[in-house]
Design a protein around this ligand. Sequence first.
Ligand SMILES: Cc1cc2nc3c(=O)[nH]c(=O)nc-3n(C[C@H](O)[C@H](O)[C@H](O)COP(=O)(O)OP(=O)(O)OC[C@H]3O[C@@H](n4cnc5c(N)ncnc54)[C@H](O)[C@@H]3O)c2cc1C
Length: 396
Amino acid sequence: MKKAVICGGSIGGLFAAAALRKKGWQVDVYERTAIELSGRGAGIVTHDVLIDALHKIDITTDDLGVFVEDRTAYDKNGNELLRLPFPQIVTSWDRIHSLLRASHPNHHHHLGLSVVGYRQEKETAVAIFDDNSEVEADLVIAADGFGSAIRSQMLPEIKPLSSGYVVWRALANEADLSEEVRSDVFKTFGFFVPTGSQIIGYPIAGIGNDLREGHRRYNFVWYIAVEKEELKDMLTDDTGKYYSVSIPPPLVRDDVMKRFTDMARKILPANFAEILEKSEKPFFTPIYDHHSPIMGEGNVGLVGDAACVARPHVGMGVTKAACDALCLANSMEKYQTIPEALRAYSEERVAASARAHYRARDLGATIFVEPEGGNEDGRSNPNLHEIVSTTATIVN
Ligand SMILES: Cc1cc2nc3c(=O)[nH]c(=O)nc-3n(C[C@H](O)[C@H](O)[C@H](O)COP(=O)(O)OP(=O)(O)OC[C@H]3O[C@@H](n4cnc5c(N)ncnc54)[C@H](O)[C@@H]3O)c2cc1C
């Protein structure tokens, strides 16, 4: 039986684990976080390819998420500017992670171990952890996200680049929202695209994957451009400690939160303003991206965000990680040696990842177009139709 060690126990890692297990491999997952992961990432838009990928690893998707029928763009007064039929299932990071986690045996899941690097041996590779332990396997997979320690060793020249904007996210309980919001914005994949920013939102399941009417939540997402100095300030906590990549949500300073809520009051239409006001504490994440020219060498492969980040506008991160996992496992079956299989995998998935990566950058740029005469009411973005019709759509 071939053995794989997967570093990172989020979506990419668990997908790769399931895909390899299905091909008869023994797979051990090592996750840095010491407790079971939960609650991260909030909303995830699904695509048919993702649903198909889940079926291929024998996961049923009957209650995957909330079905939305259309997309609607609003102006500052809450008037409907554009409505497009766009059937899609929207779900949560938690839901997909819990489905994958349930499929992975506990005795092969190791929490609280951080990979710090690897060593290539003659026909195997060794993952090296922060407690100085080492695990040797036929295949070592980096699924340790965009700051991947393994990718940093394999491709030190690849550094995640800041997009110049952040995303603020929040979740509101359906039950807390007014009837007006529940009967309109809550049911749709909503957009508001005023000057220099973009708000989107959609319903997702409630806590414990509760899909019943009245028990769901609304996933609020707001992209805002932030100058370098301002970002530095936002990433600094009350004690003056600066977090170079992202700050843990509880440490965001009160004055940063206040600036955000003041801005929301000024900019948002009443419907989105109400959703935000009734949400749990919003949190922000700076948006970075990167793209690796290879996704493996020797006996070490890269999957998901460790290999490439496509900014979230295309809603492809989870789907991309799923496709990486299936392609990697299929390659392992098809080729005689692991280095050969990784070369074939890399060739296919580098190209596919690049398409998502560059498409997401282009789509991100459409947000910041400033039409003559301004666009504070959200009515004049010349790219509105493109934004509504191509955000979170599959990139083939
Ligand atoms: C605002 C926003 C909206 C998004 N919307 C969508 C969407 O609609 N649809 C979609 O498909 N995707 C979306 N994404 C992207 C998606 O969440 C990610 O692409 C996806 O979760 C990537 O999974 P991953 O497992 O590759 O990486 P991650 O989820 O980053 O997981 C990496 C894992 O590795 C662990 N780890 C890190 N370092 C180490 C280490 N040294 N050793 C061991 N473990 C380590 C981490 O703790 C983590 O569990 C969105 C992202 C954002 C920010």
